[in-house]
Design a protein around this ligand. Structure first.
Ligand code: GDP
Ligand code: ZN
Length: 302
């Protein structure tokens, strides 16, 4: 549920919390990690002290996925942010602070690279004029057609929150989005009791109330978890090579073997199936623009 350096809060099947340490060395295949265990991990532990509620983690169960990034402190090491995540939820808004399509598409590419499904929430519906609302509907249709679930909400008046609840229920979700888009408002509206319990640690909002930032998982309803992990915001494309990026665009994936050249980057190569699809309109120009800026960007070259 939470890691604070060398201690881990582990919730048992009855819902009791145990303070555990890790015994022995655990490795992830192919990675050197700074932390062998992350929020969301499922473990076996031995009870150390029943009255103090302490234990020793002796086994980490196989993970369905994990979020990982290059360690800021130790080069050649990676830091695990969360494990066993069911979905990544991006809270966006076309009002203020307006979320750019480049940011949305980049988030989706990163999530695809971790094999984590994305749900896109457009918040602040109450503040949109007709023109922007129409534009948003077009975007929602576009992203839905690519397989991304889209929702529209107004956190402050409850609009759309039942759908958000339904999407969260029974799952482990990572919540992301720029500061100010309404993440805390959404969580407050959905789980007011949790807000009361965690008021002093101020999560999601990132308003600097607490300076030490530990990865943490909140149970907002039985079996329904939200992961708050510092560092998720800073996830970049650095692990993804330019050649791989198109594999994480669902609308490009199927076309890739139709390009004339195997190493086609879909920029200006002749016989490029992706560029052809863009000119025919079957790939959205906005998505292709995002693709180009990711391939040309600085942060994806090793
Ligand atoms: P966070 O940084 O993503 O957690 O954003 P907050 O939840 O703190 O919201 C930032 C500001 O936007 C606050 O003043 C909220 O009251 C406001 N806000 C959030 N959602 C909505 C919404 O749907 N409509 C309107 N009008 N304001 C909102
Ligand atoms: Zn191509």
């Amino acid at each position: 549920m939470r890691s604070t350096g060398s201690w881990y809060d582990v919730k048992d099947q009855e819902g009791h919390l145990w303070q555990c340490r890790l015994k022995g060395k655990f490795k992830i295949k192919g990675f050197k990690v700074t932390n062998p265990i992350a929020v969301g991990d499922k473990v076996d532990f031995d009870i150390e002290d029943k009255t103090e509620n302490t234990g020793i983690i002796v086994n980490i169960k196989p993970r369905t996925n994990y979020l990982i990034r290059q360690s800021v402190h130790k080069t050649a090491h990676a830091h695990m942010l969360a494990a066993n995540v069911d979905q990544a939820i991006l809270v966006a808004t076309l009002f203020f602070p307006r979320t750019s399509l480049g940011f949305i598409d980049r988030f989706m590419v990163i999530a695809e690279s971790f094999r984590i499904p994305v749900v896109l929430i457009f918040n602040k519906q109450d503040l949109l004029d007709k023109e922007i609302a129409d534009y948003q509907n077009e975007l929602m249709a576009l992203y839905e057609s690519l397989g991304y679930r889209c929702l529209a909400t107004t956190a402050t008046d409850g609009h759309g929150l039942d759908a958000v609840k339904a999407i969260l229920t029974g799952k482990v979700s990572v919540l992301s989005g720029h500061s100010g888009v309404g993440k805390s408002s959404l969580i407050n509206a959905i789980a007011p009791e949790l807000t009361l319990r965690t008021k002093e640690v101020s999560t999601f909002a990132n308003k600097g109330v607490h300076t030490t930032t530990f990865a943490e998982m909140f149970e907002i309803e039985p079996d329904t978890y939200i992961v708050d992990s510092p560092g998720i915001k800073e996830l970049g494309l650095s692990e993804i090579s330019p050649k791989e990026i198109s594999h994480f665009f669902p609308e490009m994936r199927d076309l890739l073997n139709q390009c004339r050249y195997d190493d086609c980057l879909h920029i200006n190569e002749p016989g490029c199936a992706v560029k052809e699809a863009v000119s025919e309109g079957t790939i959205a120009m906005s998505r292709f623009d995002s693709y180009l800026s990711m391939v040309g960007g600085q942060d994806n070259r090793r």
